[in-house]
Design a protein around this ligand. Structure first.
Ligand code: FAD
Length: 622
């Protein structure tokens, strides 16, 4: 049966990628359908109840700057907020929030249900309607045909999902959810390169059976951080404490004793796991000289007794899991509520995607999230937003938006994926971005909100808040640059104790902030009044002034490289016919088919000499 309505965009999957994709397409005015297994699991966190962290918060704030839901929901669901790397430079500072699963999910659901142009439907998408090389819609397990010219697949860990606990395994999308088998089979019939990855999660523990008195307390930051540019501390629910404990030699002995029944070490699991989020058995084997590993004991929410022991994800047999947990300080009598497990699933080689996240072989079909080989809610949300926006732009006949590496971490993420591919679950780090000083979490709105507005992603309220902030930053910068402090004045007496050497000539407030020992707050009210009391404005002004020189240098480098970025490599370029290129480089170029010279230069093994040859060849063609 054909569903009576045609849609512009269909999004399959209601996880972190799917919800942002559906919201983005709908915000841009496209008639959108979000088709998902279960409406009650919209926005569900499959693993740890936390959003943000190093590299990841940059993505969350970019999604927020473009009108997305993740940061807004985090402010409503966050039960502990911290700024990581707060003593390091602003480029690597990162906000992280422990979230109450239920509150977070409820906030996402509320945002989805109040979004115009968006309809939700609970069914499994089992088949795609493809005509030639064009997608035309989706067929559900009930046989309902939904038609749309753009389809975004965001099926996470569900495609051909297999759950492992010890030598036992069964089909599943994540614990408690059925996998997606029919769609996995259908996608494998299409000309995409497919492989397997795996990820894992720890057992959950009942808080009433834990001895917190022997653990270290870990409270959130004061003042309380916020995640969204529109967020406020008043939105946060009650804040709670986390705890820290450690594994020990006994724990490690128990783990080693169970390795022969570990699906990873017995060779049952073929998929590659996340290098930066290894299971505890992996850590014990790989770092055999370490006699303990840290565990963060994190509450799963305000209204549940479940705790998430962050750092001991495992797929060991349940009896080994129990012994291991009981060997840990504070967990001696712990009751396990849910066992830990690993999941293996299909992912598709992201080198088969364009930078818009549309697939190269099927027109109108987009992939976003874990299906592209990434891991993490934030990585998924960022891709979802981009894919949803581009799916909508495609329907509207507009050019795709593909943020560059110097514009956004989203650009870094997608460019890494489509250029280099990935053989293991890809997560974001600040070290992946070469322009870290420009791409800070504090300025994501300044980098992206204007673009978001132009695309139709940013609503009037967010736009008004942003414009006011931008205006205040400019005015405050002007005020600081034109307010002068003279030596031997009342103001000089006030500031001198902060300075390494007292003022010996006239200084503007702007130049005083440039000194390492002086902060914005030290001089803001020294003479005259700040334009606003906004913390966000104060932070931005201080960073812009203090790092002005470095930021400018990075921007000049970006300009230089942009010339290459814009040099397009035609789709039909015959690399085989190019003399001077080694066979290996030809193979890599044919494999990736880079869209620009800059993208070609980032393919590992493509040398500067090869790039020069490409440039010469392009000139000759012209
Ligand atoms: P998901 O959040 O998986 O959402 C997929 C959605 O698609 C679900 O709503 C599902 O019901 C729906 N769906 C699937 N197939 C269909 C279909 N055919 N029709 C309709 N709906 C469908 N990330 C980390 O960063 N660190 C970790 O340590 C970590 N550990 C993990 C451990 C486990 C056991 C699991 C399951 C995940 C883990 N993750 C971890 C990954 C994290 O959960 C994902 O990165 C993130 O949820 C991906 O978001 P997504 O939107 O791509 O997919």
């Amino acid at each position: 049966m054909n569903f009576p309505d045609r849609f512009d965009v269909i999004v399959v999957g209601g996880g972190h990628a799917g919800t942002e994709a559906a919201l983005a397409a709908a915000r841009m005015g496209s008639k959108t359908l979000l088709l998902t297994h279960n409406v009650d699991t919209l926005g569900q966190m499959s693993c740890n109840p936390a959003i943000g962290g190093i590299g990841k918060s940059h993505l969350v704030k970019e999604v927020d700057a473009l009108g997305g839901a993740m940061a807004v929901a985090t402010d409503k669901g966050g039960i502990q907020f911290r700024v990581l790397n707060s003593r390091k430079g602003p480029a690597v500072r990162a906000t992280r929030a422990q979230a109450d699963r239920q509150l977070y999910k409820a906030a996402i659901r509320e945002i989805l249900e109040s979004q115009a142009n968006l309809q939700i439907f609970q069914q499994s998408a089992d088949d795609l309607i493809v005509q030639g090389d064009r997608v035309e819609g989706v067929i559900t397990n009930m046989g309902v045909r939904f038609m749309a010219p753009s389809v975004v697949i965001t099926t996470g860990t569900f495609l051909g999902g297999v759950i492992h606990i010890g030598m036992e395994n069964h089909a599943g999308g994540r614990a408690g959810d059925a996998p997606s088998i029919a769609l996995a089979k259908r996608l494998r019939e299409l000309p995409f390169r497919v492989d397997r990855l795996k990820t894992g999660t720890p057992a959950r523990i009942d808080r009433r059976t834990v001895d917190f008195s022997v653990m270290q307390e870990q409270w959130g930051d004061t003042p309380l951080p916020v995640m969204s540019y529109l967020g406020s501390v008043e939105q946060h629910p009650e804040q709670v404490c986390c705890y820290v404990t450690y594994t020990n030699e006994k724990t490690h002995d128990i783990i080693r004793g169970g390795l022969d029944r570990s699906p990873m070490y017995a060779g049952v699991i073929e998929g590659v796991g996340p290098r930066y989020c290894p299971s505890i058995e992996d850590k014990v084997v790989r770092f055999s000289d370490r006699d303990s590993h840290q565990i963060f004991v994190e509450p799963e929410g305000l209204t549940t007794n479940e705790l998430y022991p962050n750092g001991i994800s495992t797929s060991l047999p349940f009896d080994v899991q129990l012994n291991m947990i009981h060997s840990i300080k504070g967990f001696e009598n712990a009751h396990v509520v849910r066992p830990g497990y690993a999941i293996e699933y299909d992912y598709f080689n992201p080198q088969d995607l364009k930078s818009s996240l549309e697939t190269k072989f099927i027109d109108g079909l987009f992939f976003a999230g874990q299906i592209n080989g990434t891991t993490g809610y934030e990585e998924a949300a960022a891709q979802g937003l981009l894919a949803g926006a581009n799916a909508s732009l495609k329907v509207q006949g507009r050019e795709a938006w593909c943020p560059r590496r110097d514009e956004a971490y989203i650009g870094v993420l997608v460019d890494d994926l489509i250029t280099l591919g990935t053989k293991e679950p890809y997560r974001m780090f600040t070290s992946r971005a070469e322009y870290r000083l420009i791409l800070r979490e504090d300025n994501a709105d300044i980098r992206l909100t204007e673009k978001g507005r132009e695309l139709g992603l940013v609503d009037d309220h967010r736009w008004a808040v942003f414009c006011e902030k931008r205006d205040h930053i400019e005015k405050e910068n002007q005020r600081l640059a034109s307010t002068w402090v003279l030596p031997n004045t009342e103001e000089a007496e006030l500031i001198n104790p902060k300075l390494k050497s007292p003022l010996n000539r006239e200084y503007s407030l702007f130049d005083l902030i440039k000194r390492p020992e002086v902060g914005y707050q030290d001089v803001a009210a020294l003479k005259g009044e700040p334009v606003t009391e906004s913390q966000q404005v104060a932070e931005q002004v201080e960073i812009q002034i203090k790092y002005e020189g470095y930021i400018q240098r990075q921007q000049e480098e970006v300009e230089r490289l942009r010339k290459n970025e814009n040099t397009k490599l035609p789709d039909d370029l015959d690399y085989d016919a190019m003399s001077g290129l080694s066979n290996e480089i030809k193979l890599k170029l044919k494999d990736v088919r880079p869209a620009t010279i800059a993208q070609a230069s980032r393919i590992s093994g493509v040398t500067p000499a090869a790039i020069s040859l490409l440039l010469v060849h392009l000139k000759k063609r012209d």
